[in-house]
Design a protein. Sequence first.
Length: 255
Amino acid sequence: MTNDRVRVVDDASAKAELKRRSRRDFLITGGAGLAALGGYGWLRSRGEEGGLAWPQRRVLEFNEKLAHGYLSDGRMVPTFSLKDVGQLKSNGADGLDDDVDEGSYRLTVEPGAGVPSFELTMDDVKSLPKVEQITNFCCIEGWNVVTQWSGVRFVDFTRKYFPQGRPLPPYISMTTPNKGYYVGLDLKSAMHPQTLLAYEINGGPLGPEHGAPLRLVIPVKYGIKNIKRIASIQYADLRPPDFWAEQGYDWFAGL
């Protein structure tokens, strides 16, 4: 698969498209029920919750429960061969203001529950077993590109660096430097076998535009959850904030 069919979209246009698709998808899934209550005019008159009219938010929460129930470690997304690999465009630059040198890079890990945070280097990350996979990167704008990734499984990272003997909390938060971009993840998705902390793309090191030196690759989610240039990982008891969810989009963002 090539990138020939992928159009270049600036950040402002991408955000407008995300909003349009969020509204459209809601109308497709929930429009019939809302029609009995007076249609979209009634909907627009309702109070907002998390950037959406509350009935829209309820539909997204219902969809999230369905997607979360379907997800399991035994349900893997399809994988592909090298001949299918295309060129992933570098959508989104939030949180990528400054390049980070791999030698000076530090990843802050916050286990929570009063356990002190600590820092890891890229050598610490790369000490874990290297995993390669070729999966489909799906953007909420409607395009997709088969991409080859190399890195470490987040489940292996957690087994190595999360305090032994402590139960894992239900959520994970990841942020870029200066918290310019941030995502919230449910533990089930984060610990899926295909979720990677990736440091290579298509056989070579990540470039700055793709989140060097370390980014998240989570094929069970849309691209908005695949945060670039991770500066911190926090294990959380409460659902963490999420960049796009705060603007009215689906927090779960599952495929």
